[in-house]
Ligand binder design. Structure first.
Ligand code: FES
Ligand SMILES: [Fe+2]
Length: 364
């Protein structure tokens, strides 16, 4: 999937470290395979050892800085191309410096390449990105890290898809585009979703949750066909949409024992670019043929509509225009910026922008 580079210097966003981000689809990493990627501006070498464990190394040799990806990975050891230093990739520990002789006192094992915690969940390799200068994360520290994000699932059997798109804008624009309720009838016009003529006034209750906010349970928009499809089961259904820092949107729709659930993340690739990843799962139509390719087709179209809009938006943002956030449709974006600032300052505990449930009104 090509990264869409901005054609100009797009405005950067501050990035939130000390948290988990999806770096790659885990199925790309078969045993002995490795891939490079960028996460929060840091080049990473990800791979899977022969014992099945995933690793994420900073893709720079601690000796002279050549990318470790220029060298070799044999399923157990990463070897640097330049002077052949060998590293155990999960810990980053150097295990061999070929040039050393018995006259040297240097202990290779005291040298480490940068290694980040890397965990497989919901089909992604999630990487924990510590703040610069935080020091090496020791094995004992792993239990103290926040939990790896997980898609809520409500039954053993389900189907799932992954969708992804690179966005040529910074993570803030990606996220406020994700939570923006007013663009739907314009960007996502389609016979199967909704049209401009279906615009009507909505009222939604939002409440604070830790590190984010929740659009409280309600009956979903009656003007969208996929939701009407769910209604075939004839029971009341409820939807909950949560936004949680740094970058997560959880949506669950439940109707009796039938459910649909999605986790969407917008991850900074660099300070000026980001990537949207969606995992969706459901337990309806499990035995109907062709549901998966149909969902994938429409899901990809939906994500591509957002992507195309942000490609066009980035053309305007190159001129660094003054922008505005309006009431009430842009209130969630304002809360996002307030939550993010509080988190970056370390004051989120007593500084939630939402102190009580509020009702927002907009037309979409
Ligand atoms: S630069 Fe990697 S071993 Fe020298
Ligand atoms: Fe959208």
């Amino acid at each position: 999937m090509p990264i869409i580079e901005p054609t100009h210097s797009a405005p950067p966003a501050e990035m939130i470290f000390d948290d988990w981000y999806p770096a790659l689809r885990a199925d790309k990493l078969r045993k002995g395979a490795h891939h490079t990627t960028l996460l929060l501006g840091i080049p990473l070498l990800l791979g899977r050892k022969n014992d099945g464990s995933l690793f994420a190394l900073r893709d720079l040799c601690p000796h002279r800085g050549i990318p470790l990806s220029a060298g070799w990975f044999d399923g157990n050891t990463v070897t640097c191309k330049y002077h052949g230093w060998e590293f155990e990739p999960c810990s980053g520990q150097c295990t061999l410096i070929p040039s050393l002789t018995q006259h040297d006192s240097l202990d290779a094992q005291r040298i480490y390449a940068g290694a980040y915690p890397c965990v497989e969940k919901d089909g992604y390799a999630w990487v924990y990105m510590p703040a610069a200068g935080a020091g090496r994360i020791q094995p004992d520290d792993l239990a103290k890290l926040p939990p790896v994000p997980e898609l809520p699932k409500f039954s053993q059997k389900f189907k799932s898809i992954h969708l992804t798109a690179n966005l040529p804008c910074n993570v803030d624009h990606g996220i406020i585009g994700l939570m923006d309720p007013a663009h739907g009838p314009f960007v996502h016009q389609a016979w199967w979703w909704r049209s401009r003529s279906s615009i009507h006034e909505k009222s939604k209750v939002f409440e604070p949750i830790p590190h984010g906010f929740r659009m409280a349970s309600h009956k979903p928009s009656v003007n969208s066909a996929p939701y009407r499809l769910l209604g075939v089961y004839g029971e009341d259904f409820t939807t909950t949409i949560d936004f949680v820092l740094p970058n997560r949107r959880y949506e669950t729709i439940r109707c009796g024992n039938k459910w649909f659930s999605s986790l969407t993340t917008v991850t900074p690739v660099t300070p000026t670019t980001c990537r949207i990843d969606v995992i969706g799962a459901w337990n309806i139509f499990l035995h109907v043929p062709f549901v998966l390719p149909i969902v994938r087709y429409f899901g990809n179209r939906f994500v591509a509509q957002d992507q195309q809009t942000m490609v066009e938006q980035s053309e305007g943002l190159r001129y660094n225009p003054a922008l505005m956030l309006i009431d009430d449709a842009d209130k969630p974006a304002k809360w996002y910026f307030a939550l993010k600032q509080a988190r970056l300052k370390g004051t989120l505990g007593d500084n939630h922008p939402l102190t009580a449930p509020v009702t927002l009104h907009w037309r979409s």
